[in-house]
Design a protein around this ligand. Sequence first.
Ligand SMILES: C[S@@+](CC[C@H](N)C(=O)[O-])C[C@H]1O[C@@H](n2cnc3c(N)ncnc32)[C@H](O)[C@@H]1O
Length: 213
Amino acid sequence: MGLFKKKIKQEHKVMLQHDRAAGALLPEYHRPTPECPHPEQWSMLDSMTAELEVLEFLATLVTTIKPRLVVETGSFLGVSTEWIARGLQRNGFGKVISCEYDPIVYEKAKARLQGSPLAPWIELRNESSLEMHVEGTIDLFFSDSDMPIREAEVKRFLPQINPTGIILMHDASSHLKLVREAALKMEAENLLSVVLLPTPRGLVIAQPRANRH
Ligand SMILES: C[S@@+](CC[C@H](N)C(=O)[O-])C[C@H]1O[C@@H](n2cnc3c(N)ncnc32)[C@H](O)[C@@H]1O
């Protein structure tokens, strides 16, 4: 072994933390923001997986708008994918395609989901959101990959998103900045109508502006 230990990738570190926590909930520890001064009132499994309340919201949104096709970018361990699938299972139709770029994380998510009763609703792909091809109209798009590429991935999939569909962009709080700015920029470009939910990590709910009536 050399003098310097190889720096362990953040995703892999949090993956190990997730295993050690074994499903125990923690108070959300992202820092307070003007729009969300009490993040500790929210819960989380780990710092990569969306806040528990956001996971619950995903399932409820799926039962509310009844999407045929959901696309998620950034599966991580597939926890948010499962919550989306839970909604689809209740609806009795639809599927979620979720992509994870990192092959180690992808294998872990695949192993977690194998044998799950929710697996029939899920298509997990080891691909980048910037390269993945999806057939058909997307009714719900959940953007939760790497923050600097969120604008590019939303723009890439926008032509395929149903005009009555919903786009969610996670990590859009004022302290994380990048995603919030990307969403507001796309609104200024007349591409999206945007609502900023005041959650600990921030959540954008948006709809394409084109073809609205
Ligand atoms: C915040 S985590 C996703 C959390 C997950 N959606 C959840 O709430 O359970 C972001 C994930 O996106 C992955 N990622 C980063 N760049 C990506 C890309 N271009 N395409 C797909 N996945 C990507 C990372 O490896 C990481 O696992």
